[in-house]
Design a protein. Structure first.
Lengths: 519, 170
């Protein structure tokens, strides 16, 4: 093979080899094989050491054709603007063109916007629309030697002319911004389209390559979205699972499990505070949902959610707390929006409070939610540090259309014919022993009352009495009637010292400090 | 005389002139009340050159200007539509006169060794245009700009009203 034609021609030539490769690795097209090979080849050519020795993508070192100063083309803005794919200060979008079939836009159109310098220092020489170069807001130079984008910075006195046409006179082209979305959708430009397909593969390492992330960005409107301009290239999270691109207004993460998901900069900052993808939330799994109740929003992550509303502050709910919150109907359920982050409590427990309740747990209990009136009462009683302790079960419906929620040392309960009451302390074991709300005593009808010698609590069909700090004993039925007639605890019999129990003859009997009543 | 999309020129001997409009949405019809959808609108572009032009060329001559010899000239008359006409960047009226003093090596989208260019935005007949001219040698611009100017004087632009009356979309 002595000529280029020889090299390319025939089945053994380059063309034949590419056709053969594309057939073998279907569904790869000939173009994909060529682009892939070109990418790798260009990467090796432009940055062989990095590409060969480090696990970077070939695109990471790709600038495409005409990347030198002498090529005449203008540098990409991200190269000279701290990675930001936007016009640098002092310059403005002055015109645009598009290039067809660009691999940087999924083989679609790529839009290139010239950012022209402003005539910030003087306004001489404006007769043909470009002021004298000494007036420009930037001066002619080349891109950093740290990148392959060595193109011209602020050298070319040219204007495409479809953007910001109210500016009669400008400086030269400072740098170029790119997008896969037409610039009239995100800047002050007209729809008049001009073309230059030779620029389709021009790029810089600081620009995101086409990926699911870029696809998502384009679907969101690219620069027209709240994300605005990219501030760096596609980067790997380094865990073999995720990748991301940062934008002025947020970030898009990609995982194969959840696809590309956008987070706003507001969410991003708080997400970073809790460790980002490697923290308590994991990767985002869905875009933020707006328009929830009370002007709220929520964004789901692998291990929970971040949420906020007009009446609350931004909070994170993770793990079992999120599962339970979701089961309770999330922000629209009994608990409402979270009002604080998860907090450690005494006894190695934790609690997360919500607008109308809390989710809590401890080493000796299971995760439970407390909401509504139970939340109010539990709070009044000192919550997990009070005499009820941690909840041990959810609110449960009982016989007689009542309900109960049990705690380590008591319960909160109610029924249609009673008011909400606590049964706690020494009363609780006595009530449980009596069969609780479905036993001989029924639902509590009043709160615990302390006397000089002990304490007692009224129930629908009887009473529990405890002498000093001792056990509580139940008194009910005919025995209760007779005992009350005799003055109760302050009368002849004094405090009960046993439970009221049925006798074999069908009567009830109870032993008191000073005697026994059988009735 | 090449005349299409409301622009034309009488090509001197040895010049190639082509007016084209790339695929894309047409400009909105004159007097259309409905707000047109936001999409890429292509308009007519006139290219003229003292040598044959490849079909795959940029609107501002990429692909052509690289081929220019020292005595060659390339001219692009680019239509920007009525929306921008008569104001701001397009405030000046009428096809400009070219002079060697307007030409400089950095007046191209992509400066290349030897080349020199000038760019003028203007309006004519209620339509906005850019006249972009490249000569193959900055050193020989005195002669080549005169040839370019002679060509530019043959340019004809149909005004907005006439174009609309004749069914065109200015």
């Amino acid at each position: 093979m002595s000529t280029l034609e020889d090299l390319n021609a025939g089945p053994g030539g380059l063309v034949g080899m590419i056709n053969s490769l594309s057939r073998r690795f279907r569904p790869l097209s000939r173009r994909s094989v060529l682009v892939g090979a070109a990418v790798a080849g260009s990467a090796l050519a432009t940055n062989p050491r990095t590409y060969a020795l480090r696990p970077v993508s070939a695109y990471a070192s790709i600038c495409g054709p005409g990347s030198t100063f002498d090529s005449g083309w203008t540098v990409f803005c991200c190269t000279i603007n701290k990675g930001v794919n936007a016009c640098p200060p002092g310059s403005f979008a002055a015109g645009w063109w598009k290039a067809a079939d660009s691999s940087w836009c999924g083989n679609g159109y790529r839009y290139i916007v010239d950012c022209n310098a402003s005539c910030s220092k003087c306004s001489t020489g404006c007769s043909d629309g470009i002021c004298d170069s000494r007036c420009w807001s930037c001066s002619c130079g080349r891109g950093s030697s740290a990148t392959c984008d060595q193109r011209r910075v602020c050298c070319n006195a040219f204007r495409y002319g479809q953007c910001n046409t109210q500016v009669k006179c400008s400086g030269g082209v400072h740098c170029r911004v790119v997008s896969c979305v037409a610039p009239y959708k995100w800047d002050n430009c007209t729809t008049t389209s001009l073309s230059d397909n030779r620029t389709a593969e021009h790029s810089a390492p600081c620009l995101p390559l086409w990926s699911q992330i870029e696809e998502k960005y384009v679907a969101m409107g690219a620069q027209a979205s709240y994300l605005r301009a990219s501030t760096g290239p596609l980067r790997s999270m380094g865990d073999g699972k995720g990748s991301y691109v940062r934008y002025q207004g947020g970030c898009i993460y990609y995982t194969s499990a959840h696809g590309a998901v956008a987070v706003s900069s507001f969410v991003y900052d708080r997400y970073a505070d809790v460790g980002g993808p490697f923290g308590i939330l994991g990767y985002p799994v869905a875009d933020r949902t707006n328009g929830l109740g009370d002007r709220g929003w929520l964004q789901r992550f692998e291990k929970g959610a971040m949420t906020d509303s007009a009446s609350t502050s931004t909070q994170v709910v993770t793990g079992i707390a999120y599962t339970m919150w979701a089961n309770e109907g999330r922000e629209g359920g009994h608990l409402g929006y979270p009002t604080a982050s998860r907090t450690n409590t005494t006894g190695n427990g934790w609690i997360q409070t919500f607008q109308h309740g809390a989710i809590t747990d401890s080493p000796s209990t299971t995760t439970q939610s407390v909401w509504g009136i139970r939340w109010s009462i539990w709070g009044q009683e000192g919550r997990e540090g009070g005499h009820l302790g941690y909840p041990t079960a959810p609110r449960t419906n009982t016989t007689g259309n009542g309900w109960i929620q049990t705690f380590q040392h008591g319960a909160i309960t109610d029924s249609p014919s009673t008011t909400t009451q606590i049964v706690g302390g020494s009363m609780y074991p006595g009530w449980v022993a009596a069969g609780r709300e479905s036993g001989v005593l029924g639902f509590p009808e009043g709160a615990l009352t302390v006397t000089s010698r002990g304490e007692y609590q009224h129930f629908q069909r009887g009473e529990l009495w405890a002498l000093g700090s001792g056990e509580a004993y139940r008194v009910y039925g005919a025995v209760l009637t007779q005992w009350k007639a005799a003055g109760g605890a302050a009368g002849t019999y004094g405090f009960p010292i046993s439970d009221t129990v049925p006798t074999s003859s069908g009567q009830l009997t109870c032993t008191f400090e000073n005697g026994t009543i059988t009735a | 005389m090449s005349d299409n999309h409301g622009m034309g020129a009488k090509a001197p001997r040895g010049w190639t002139v082509e007016v084209r409009r790339l695929p894309g949405a047409e400009p909105p019809a004159p007097g259309a009340r409905a707000v047109p959808p936001q999409e890429d609108v292509t308009r007519g572009v006139l290219h003229a050159c003292t040598r044959p032009m490849p079909p795959d060329r940029g609107d501002f001559g990429t692909g052509v200007v690289e081929l220019l010899g020292p005595d060659d000239v390339f001219v692009a008359l680019v239509d920007y539509g009525t929306q921008v006409a008569d104001q701001g960047l397009f405030e000046k009226q009428g096809v400009p006169r070219l002079a060697p003093s307007q030409f400089a090596p950095n007046r191209l989208q992509r400066p290349l060794p030897g080349l020199s260019a000038s760019q003028h935005f203007f309006s004519s007949g209620g339509r906005g245009f850019c006249l972009f001219t490249v000569v193959g040698s900055h050193a020989r611009r005195m002669a080549s700009v005169a040839r370019a100017e002679a060509f530019v004087r043959t340019l004809r632009i149909t005004d907005r009203a006439t174009m609309a009356r004749e069914g065109g979309r200015p």
